[in-house]
Design a protein around this ligand. Structure first.
Ligand SMILES: *Cc1c(COP(=O)(O)O)cnc(C)c1O
Length: 387
């Protein structure tokens, strides 16, 4: 499998240079952090493009240019967290609008939709978006948006972005794709027809588990305009320091993702052969039911793997034993993080909600980091020995 040809310059070059041009005043190779709330004006109405940092900040501008270029969008807006970015997208809808959503989304998303926006007059329908026909059937006259994640968390189920975007566009519905798991390095939803892409930059984009953030990448000027207005009007912006952390993080996105992917494949192979592991969910395995779509839609398989240990007690036995892997929520950092969806990320779904989409008490999810992979595998082997 070869990586799709980027336009010139290549992905890693864009990650390091777009928005990351040397500071014109001093030549500093890194973008300065502008910890300023306001900007001095020369006379009434005469300023250098910045008036107040809720509205705009030079460090933030640079990050927004960079992330738009990496996703192939025309512009982007960054927010205080992934959830703040998703909330901003939802705010683009009006009371009475309907949204078709995947049924295996990041847990915070249905919480936001059902417990806040449903009370404000939006309607949501959750469907298994791995079959495009389910999305098509759910679209109604008042459907404004389709919202999907691919691959999903923790079941690693894929949705066909191109097929869904074709259905959406035929019905005048905007498609939003959460690309957090793959990062723009392995998956380019806009090139496949998505209208907006959202990320929790907290994960692979920042990559060092040291800051939260979110971004919406846009394909139309009116989307950027609306989201920039929301930054100003609602204020859930990303701080200059955190913008800088993401600018620092994306410089190594390409090499990190290559290593995440190499190690991810090796760990998935190891788990698939292990006697104590009953099933492995990873799109890179030939037995994954959507392996062909994964090869077509993504240029790598990444490092998110879920596996079945058989029971909650088995999961706990192994999770108590890990030493290189750290038991904790989140993903996408340089360190290997391992978690238990049923009691951690997907606890809020309840037993019934989890059963409905196939999340069991024995499932363990791993975000393979970039430590030496033989150390990660030895750690998992030792831990699985406790079962
Ligand atoms: C973490 C995550 C979010 C939420 O992002 P925060 O930065 O934690 O607010 C949304 N979508 C996915 C896929 C995530 O993994």
């Amino acid at each position: 499998m070869s990586k799709k040809k980027d336009e010139q310059p290549g992905f890693a070059t864009r990650a390091i240079h777009i928005g990351q041009e040397p500071d014109p005043q001093t030549g500093a190779v890194t973008v300065p952090i502008y910890p300023t709330s306001t900007y001095v004006q020369e006379e009434l109405g005469k300023h250098k493009g910045y008036e107040y940092s809720r509205v705009s900040n030079p460090t933030r501008t640079r990050l927004e240019q960079n992330l738009a270029a990496l996703e192939g969008g025309i512009g982007s807006c960054v927010f205080a967290s992934g959830m703040a970015a998703i909330n901003a997208i939802t705010t683009m809808c009006k009371s009475g609008d309907h949204v078709v959503c995947g049924n295996d989304l990041y847990g915070g998303v249905p919480r936001l939709f059902n417990q806040i926006w449903a009370d404000l007059g939006l309607e949501f329908t959750y469907v298994d978006s791995s079959d495009v026909r389910n999305v098509e059937r759910a679209i109604r006259k008042n459907t404004r948006m389709a919202y999907i994640e691919t691959p999903t968390n923790p079941l690693m189920t894929l949705s066909d972005i191109r097929a869904i975007s074709e259905v959406c566009h035929r019905k005048k519905v905007e498609l939003v794709v959460d690309n957090t798991f793959m990062s723009p390095y392995f998956q380019q939803p806009i090139a496949l027809g998505a209208d907006m892409v959202v990320h929790s930059t907290t994960k692979f984009l920042n990559g060092h588990s040291d800051g939260l953030g979110g971004v919406v990448v846009c394909t139309k000027p009116e989307q950027v305009e609306k989201l920039a207005f929301l930054q100003k009007a609602a204020g859930a912006i990303l701080s200059p320091f955190e913008c800088w952390l993401v600018l620092r993080g994306v410089k190594t996105l390409a090499v990190r993702m290559e290593q995440h992917d190499r190690s991810g494949r090796l760990v998935a192979d190891f788990l698939a052969k292990h006697k104590k592991v009953k099933k492995v969910f990873y799109p890179g395995l030939p037995e994954h039911p959507q392996h062909e779509l994964a090869k077509r839609q993504m240029s790598g398989f990444g490092s998110m793997i879920t596996f079945e240990t058989g029971s909650r007690s088995n999961a706990n036995k192994m999770l108590k034993k890990v030493r290189v892997c750290s038991l904790g929520e989140s993903l996408g950092g340089v360190e290997t993080l391992i978690s238990h969806p049923a009691t951690m990320t997907h606890a809020a779904l309840g037993e019934k909600g989890r059963a409905a989409i196939g999340i069991t008490d024995g499932m363990v999810r791993i975000s393979v980091g970039i430590e030496n992979v033989e150390d990660i595998i030895a750690d998992l082997d030792e831990a699985l020995g406790a079962i």
